[in-house]
Write a protein that binds this ligand. Structure first.
Ligand code: URA
Length: 465
């Protein structure tokens, strides 16, 4: 039997050949789950060579993946290695994933907040990528904190305190490890189906009952076009739901850094303040988003009837100190030195510091958050090449919020860099990235849209047809 392009059709029993699968994808013929599974398994066990995988990735990037192909790839990648079992935790396991941003440190708040309200939080996180910071790099600014736990150690930490934040293990989703590295080298990262499969395969391999996705919009987001962001969010919800994981996606604003600090230790410091019940004005957006995300986690984890009830429970856990206790316990269980939490400011020892003052009076009308993210990276807080160390003390504190009135000479940011030399580029980037004007800018809502199992499918059907 042949299809309309004269290519061999595959059956579950027939032997598969990577060359046929590449040619089909090249010629815009939809692949079946059997063929997609062959690609994922071959990537994971090394039986398909990198040149053929790269050719397939480019064909997939150029011609796109259908909803069925995306679902098949997600499941095949999820099943390509070891999986974490949440069965012994005795509670619903819920995680949050963010599509990345500048100053996005909600993980350090939502994990202990949800855990304090009776939800298990197995959180497998990543490192700094491009202009965005990495949860693991921030946690490793705490001396001794171990992110590379075995799955047994990961489970033991969650059993004891309800939450654990770790790095991906070598055996979890090996197909993504191979395919992601190839995508990075072949210009095939920015494809919605490939991004969805990459992110969800890792989350689903962690055995989650539910997942809250924080998909960023605005000048600091990876995807800039609103329709692309909406499509990716709906695609991830529909794909995870089809795999049996209750999922919700919130589209949230990254048109300015989230909260005050962007860097490594300074982000942990900001979270400690909030966990101690303080309410600095520059951290209000971070507090609010963290409570909303935690509210959804608590609701989907069966500990609140609605996300709003979950928000109220999370706020109580913030105010009564239970989330702080869980965060400290988690850090200690993972080897971190919690004595530095007694004097967070005293531990902060940047190589060089500079206060940036407003160069004119007016309203902060716009921020290029991606450029601000690069400014943070250039202080020494991020890395130029994979594997390089990061400076735990580097970063930027932003005091000017979008829409705020500022006067010439008023401090709008403090830059902490590894050396005096490393202050120069961030100062220039920062001055170019913040617009000050006479007109009061329009307000941007923190959450612009929510996708759930109820609306994601119909959104996708309308978007595809
Ligand atoms: N993060 C991932 O894990 N995968 C992608 O493809 C993009 C972001």
């Amino acid at each position: 039997m042949t299809n309309d392009r004269n290519l061999p059709a595959s059956r579950a029993s027939a032997p598969l050949h990577m060359i046929d699968i590449i040619r089909k994808k090249r010629d815009k013929v939809e692949l079946n789950a059997h063929e997609i599974g062959f690609v994922a398994a071959g990537a994971a066990d090394g039986s398909i060579a990198a040149d053929q995988l790269a050719a397939w990735l480019m064909a997939a990037w150029l011609n796109g993946l259908s909803l069925d192909e995306t679902r098949a790839l997600t499941l095949a990648m999820r099943d390509s290695g070891e999986k974490f079992s949440t069965a012994r935790l005795g509670k619903k396991a819920v995680d949050k994933h963010s599509s990345g941003g500048v100053g996005d440190k909600t993980s350090f708040l939502v994990a202990p907040l949800a855990a304090a309200c009776g939800v298990a939080v197995p959180m497998i996180s990543g490192r700094a990528l491009g202009h965005t910071g990495g949860t693991l790099d921030k946690l490793e600014s705490i001396p001794g904190y171990r992110t590379a736990l075995t799955l047994a150690e990961f489970e033991a930490v969650i059993q004891k305190c309800g939450a654990s934040i770790v790095s991906q293990t070598p055996t979890l989703v090996p197909a993504d490890r191979v395919l992601y590295a190839l995508r990075d080298r072949t210009g095939t990262v920015e494809n919605k189906g490939l991004i969805c499969a990459s992110i969800l395969s890792k989350k689903l391999a962690a055995g989650l009952d539910a997942l809250v996705l924080d998909v960023k919009t605005g000048s600091g987001a990876f995807l800039r076009k609103m329709e692309d962001t909406e499509f990716l969010a709906a695609l991830m919800v529909a794909t995870a739901e089809a795999a049996g994981t209750r999922t919700v996606a919130l589209l949230t604003d990254m048109g300015q850094p989230l909260g005050r600090a962007a860097g490594n230790w300074i982000e942990i410091m900001e979270c400690l303040e909030l966990l101690r019940g303080e309410r600095p004005a520059a951290s209000e957006d971070l507090r609010e988003l963290s409570l909303i995300l935690a509210g959804w986690m608590i609701h989907l984890g069966g500990q609140a009837d609605t996300a709003e009830d979950g928000y109220r429970r999370a706020e109580a856990a913030l105010e009564n100190g239970s989330a702080l206790r869980i965060f400290q316990e988690m850090v200690a269980l993972q080897g971190g030195d919690v004595t530095i939490f007694d004097d967070p400011g005293g531990f902060h020892k940047p190589g060089a510091t500079c206060v940036v003052e407003a160069w004119q009076s007016g309203y902060v009308s716009d921020m290029d958050t991606t450029a601000l993210g690069w400014a943070v990276q250039r202080t020494g807080a991020g890395r130029e090449k994979a594997g390089e160390p990061v400076d735990p003390h580097a970063g930027i504190e932003f005091y000017a919020r979008r829409g705020a009135r500022i006067e010439r000479g008023q401090p709008i940011a403090v830059i902490y860099a590894t050396t005096e030399e490393k202050l120069r580029e961030p100062i220039e980037l920062l001055r170019g990235a913040i617009a000050i004007s006479d007109a009061v800018p329009a307000l941007v809502p923190q959450i612009s849209r929510i996708f759930t199992h109820e609306n994601a499918g119909s959104y996708l059907r309308n978007a595809v047809t």
